[in-house]
Design a protein around this ligand. Structure first.
Ligand SMILES: *Cc1c(COP(=O)(O)O)cnc(C)c1O
Length: 429
């Protein structure tokens, strides 16, 4: 269960995390800056592991949520593998010390060279490819043959379940590009001998992200379970694992996060020792947002207040290039002043906007904010640990912000602020 202020709190009137006063930190590091709490990452993965006790599981952290090497290392030390969606992510995972034998490769568009890299990682290649189409299966087979490797794969099942989330992050509907439908899974299994150097070991699903209700997950798990038994009957061979994907929703504001205990109980009930599966299948989980969203914030400084009749604008030094979620999905982030005297009334309807030359460059519209907030003040955009830095770019030639990890009073710069030189790397004049 994850909420915006679980790991960042007001102490003596100012925002603190892992024993560090954030105003102090910003004096030397500047803004905008991403700040992460190590204890938040650790406690999130430990809570998940605790609730799964008794299940034979492997957590493959969905790196696209936040792929900083230090955070990957931290999660690897807690026993996590990785769910990667590109060759770049695979490279990162290995750099961070995640064993290829704990990596699954997801995504609809794996290139030939990415497939070869995954097959040739470590001693025996990655743990598994989550295969998304018949043609991909053919290509993996031919590359595995060429490289003299055996490819372990899971077929990604599209259960046509509505996850009731934002359309951009729904993935389990037939109209979405992801996964393979039931009938085609059966025909692929029937023809599996045609695909040399392929060993089918599992079935995977991932129906969407930021799910706040258990019912679509329950429905999808039941369908996954039924399909697994049918596939085993058809191929007369057991499957080794079932991958239940990610998607566990967190709280960005006042909404109720998905109850982690209940989510895990569902997994126990559907796939555990006392289920029809008798605990025979290893359960893979691919959490991304759950572990990272509320483990990080983006701190920004107010540049200007601009007054209009109906509302004010607070123009801040972070932009949509630094944190894209509000512009991309219209998503809500709580925004609070670091110093709580700046939260006092009177409140005024306020748009909090960045410097980028796009009207979409907006973190909040019509938000009631204290009219005491002024130029130079620091604001924290909360719940920015997932799909924050990983989606950041350089639009308007803006260097990407640094990333800081706080760990029991220690301050680690885990990625430096980009320089103007960095912006032009590889370019010619
Ligand atoms: C994005 C993604 C995830 C992680 O989703 P979260 O909502 O961040 O948990 C897991 N699996 C796959 C295949 C994904 O594409």
């Amino acid at each position: 269960m994850s909420r915006p202020l679980d790991f960042f709190s007001q102490q003596s009137g100012t925002l603190v995390a892992d024993g560090v006063v954030l105003e102090k930190l910003v004096e030397s590091i500047g803004t905008p800056v991403y700040v992460y709490s190590a204890s938040a990452f650790r406690e999130s993965i430990r809570a998940l592991k605790k609730h799964l006790d008794g299940v034979n599981f492997l957590i493959c952290y969905a790196m696209k949520a936040n792929s900083n090497l230090s955070l990957l290392r931290l999660l690897a030390l807690e026993g996590a593998g990785a769910d990667v969606v590109s060759g770049g992510e695979l490279y990162r995972a290995k750099k961070a010390g995640i064993a290829p034998s704990q990596v699954v490769f997801s995504g609809v568009g794996k290139t030939d060279s990415e497939i070869a890299e995954a097959l040739c990682s470590g001693e025996d290649g990655i743990f598994s490819f989550n295969v998304e189409s018949a043609e991909e299966l053919e290509v993996i087979s031919s590359i595995a043959k060429r490289e003299k490797k055996q490819a372990r794969i899971a077929l990604r099942f599209n259960p046509d379940v509505d996850p009731k989330t934002h359309p951009y992050i729904s993935t389990g509907l037939r109209k979405n590009k992801f996964g393979i439908d039931r009938s085609e899974i059966f025909s692929l299994i029937k023809d599996i001998r045609k695909f040399e150097n392929i060993s089918i070991q599992g079935i995977s699903i991932h129906i969407g992200s930021q799910l706040l209700s258990l019912s679509p997950l329950k429905q999808a798990f039941e369908m996954l379970s039924n399909l697994a038994f049918e596939v085993e009957a058809l191929q007369k061979k057991p499957l080794l694992y079932l991958d239940v994907g990610g998607g566990v929703g967190v709280s960005y504001s006042k909404e109720k996060p998905l109850n982690l205990k209940q989510y895990c109980q569902l997994l126990h009930k559907q796939f555990g020792k006392n289920s029809a599966h008798r605990g025979r299948h290893r359960i893979l989980l691919e959490p991304g947002r759950l572990l990272s969203a509320n483990s990080g914030i983006l701190i920004t400084r107010v540049l200007f207040r601009k007054k209009r009749k109906q509302k004010d604008f607070l123009i801040v030094d972070a932009g949509m290039n630094d944190l894209m979620r509000p512009s991309l999905y219209g998503s809500h982030h709580e925004i609070i002043p670091l110093r709580n005297t700046r939260s006092s009334p009177p409140l005024r309807k306020t748009d909090i906007v960045g410097p980028v030359c796009e009207s979409a460059d907006c973190f909040a519209t019509g938000r009631p904010m204290s009219s005491n907030i002024k130029r130079g003040d620091l604001l924290a955009i909360l719940s920015a640990g997932a799909y924050g830095f990983t989606m950041a770019g350089n639009y308007n030639s803006r260097p990407r912000p640094p990333e800081i990890l706080l760990d029991q009073g220690r301050i680690e710069v885990i990625r430096e602020r980009e320089s103007y030189e960095d912006l032009m790397r590889g370019e010619k004049v």
